[in-house]
Design a protein around this ligand. Structure first.
Ligand code: FES
Length: 570
């Protein structure tokens, strides 16, 4: 299909072709440029998204590569979702960004697209949109930040933001030190440099075969990141020539490869939501049990914070994601095709591990299995997730009395109340923070320990909610409880004083309240008032699916591939 779609726009007769050419010439391009395959550079650059604020420079590198290979690059913006500012939560807008990406790919005179992403939600959003449009595509990430340092301590955004803030609130850190650390924890462009959601998803893109080798770990300020972007510019022209589309690459085997890498990395629980959403666009189901099954057979190899000792910069120096994938080959579908035109196994043939304390060999893993456990029980019939490697081991089998917060406002109002009746053995429950209740399933699953207990030195308790958790966070946190409380899931029925049992080894999450009482509570249950009655928020509330289905909109599942022969309407 080399250039055939753009030919329909630029080579057309009559007023359509005339205007397409004339208005493109207004930008200084000529007929020779327009005779080349058109490569869109879908740029999520934004100054309101620090992680993506350097993507203009990367776009220029992609353009150089496209020109080198005989293509015609045209850059366009899509909305950019940054974790730091977006209110109430970036996840609320992931599907909006996916729609923006898909419709711009569909509507413009493009033959292929390079997706420039970096911060957490920009990655799945771009992949969801590109999968549904199914035009040849390569993902290029902006890369992780350099590591932070303070007086000999390694600092990670934002694992240490939370840890140090807890220390500050507990009185263990003075104001001046706290502010001094703030000056140096985020040292450069790039996404958070621990194994958070952005690190996870940008790395998984390599395993999915939709990004070039090296995409996951090359630091944002490293010149190799620019050269990777340039190489992607050349390679997308080749993919267009060969007609290789996302649906050829993002197969069931590719998703299994990604889940295997997720387990070996000890990656973010958010991938358990994003991967099913991307797969759903291609008609592939990824049940929670598949994550559990692959996690159980895949050893933890990568020693990265928040569950290990190092950060993304160290992972890059140790060999990066290609070295991890090479080590994992016995557990992967090595023959899966990738954007390089070679198989996954061929891509990583020359990779080596240069620091076995950062990337452990399969023969000496950090842990015998991955970091995720799927939980089921009468409290989560649709499933829940715990990152057990980031939890306090002694709390993974625990039975305690529930202390219930009805929503975030209730939590804020009472969590630091000195009169709150709570002890370290209790189980903290937060309701109405799921996909509908949040709204947007915010990353509040690692909600704070009550101030009174914090000051007594308590640093972890069992916490249960229908929310997500930042990949940079840690603790004994049960997440993604489904169905969520705002749609009448059993989590909505928990009352103060109920006994809750967590048994991670046996995948059990049980509310010790008899069925008749639960039925009485359900009959009296009233859903919370909808957070939105108009606009995008209303569309979201009416169509968002539950966490195990990836929180995509029901009407967005599947693909409507852009065809080579599509004619412009004008
Ligand atoms: Fe963007 Fe952490 S704020 S990845």
């Amino acid at each position: 299909m080399s250039g055939s779609r753009s030919r329909a726009f630029f080579g057309a007769g009559g007023v359509a072709g005339f205007t397409h050419r004339a208005f493109t010439k207004a930008m200084g391009y000529d007929d020779r440029d327009m005779s080349r395959p058109v490569i869109g550079i879908c740029n999520t650059y934004s100054e309101l998204n620090n992680c993506n604020s350097h993507l203009r420079e990367l776009a220029e590198a992609v353009k150089r590569g496209v020109w080198q290979a005989g293509g015609f690059p045209l850059e366009f913006p899509t909305i950019s979702l940054g974790e730091i500012f977006l209110d109430p939560t970036s996840m609320l807008y992931r599907n909006l960004a996916a729609m923006d990406t898909e419709e711009m790919i569909r509507g413009q005179p493009l033959d292929g697209v390079v997706l420039l992403v970096n911060c957490d939600k920009t990655i799945p959003a771009a992949l969801m949109g590109a999968a549904s449009a199914d035009l040849p595509a390569i993902l290029v990430s902006g890369g992780p930040m350099l590591s932070g340092h303070y007086q000999g301590q390694l600092l990670g955004a934002c694992t240490d933001c939370r840890r140090l803030t807890a220390e500050y609130h507990a009185g263990a850190l003075d104001e001046a030190t706290y502010r001094e650390i703030e000056d140096g924890i985020v040292r450069s462009h790039g996404h958070c440099m621990v194994m958070g959601t952005a690190s996870t998803m940008n790395s998984l893109a390599e395993a999915l075969g939709i990004a070039l080798p090296g995409n996951g770990a090359i630091p944002a300020p490293d010149a190799r990141r620019l050269r990777l972007a340039q190489a992607a510019g050349r390679q997308i022209v080749e993919l267009v020539a060969q007609g290789i589309r996302p649906s050829h690459l993002l197969t069931r085997e590719a998703f299994e490869n990604a889940i295997t890498l997720l387990s070996a990395l000890g990656g973010s629980t958010n991938a358990v939501v994003h991967l099913p959403a991307i797969a759903g666009r291609l008609g592939i189901e990824l049940p929670l049990e598949l994550f559990e099954q692959i996690s159980r057979r895949t050893p933890l190899l990568v020693n990265l914070r928040p569950i290990g000792n190092y950060q993304m910069e160290d992972l890059f120096y140790a060999g990066g994601i290609p070295a991890v994938l090479k080590e994992l080959l016995p557990l992967l579908h090595g023959d899966a095709p990738t954007v390089t035109g070679q198989t996954l196994a061929e891509n990583v043939r020359g990779a080596t591990i240069s620091n076995p304390d950062v990337i452990h060999p399969l023969s000496a893993p950090l842990a015998p299995s991955g970091g995720l456990t799927v939980l089921r029980g009468n409290l989560a019939p649709g499933g829940a997730v715990i990152k057990h490697l980031a939890a306090t081991p002694s709390l993974l089998k625990h039975r305690g009395r529930a202390v219930v917060f009805r929503n975030m406002d209730d939590l804020r109002a009472r969590i630091d109340d000195p009169e709150l009746e709570v002890s370290p053995e209790d189980v903290l429950v937060l309701q109405n923070v799921g996909p509908v209740g949040g709204p947007g399933m915010p990353e509040v699953g690692n909600f704070p320990i009550p101030g009174r207990l914090l000051r007594q030195g308590v640093r972890d308790m069992v916490r249960i909610s229908d929310a997500r958790m930042s990949g940079t966070a840690f603790g004994t946190i049960v997440l993604h409880v489904a169905p969520e409380s705002a749609v009448g899931g059993p989590l909505a029925l928990v009352r103060d004083g109920d006994e809750i049992e967590l048994d991670a080894a046996n995948h059990r999450l049980h509310l010790h309240v008899d069925e008749a009482e639960l039925a009485r509570r359900l009959a009296a249950w009233q859903p919370p008032a909808p957070a939105y009655t108009r606009g995008y928020g209303r569309l979201y509330l009416e169509h968002v699916m539950q966490a195990p289905a990836g929180c995509d909109f029901d009407f967005l599942q599947g693909a409507t591939p852009v065809t080579a022969t599509e004619q412009p309407k004008f």
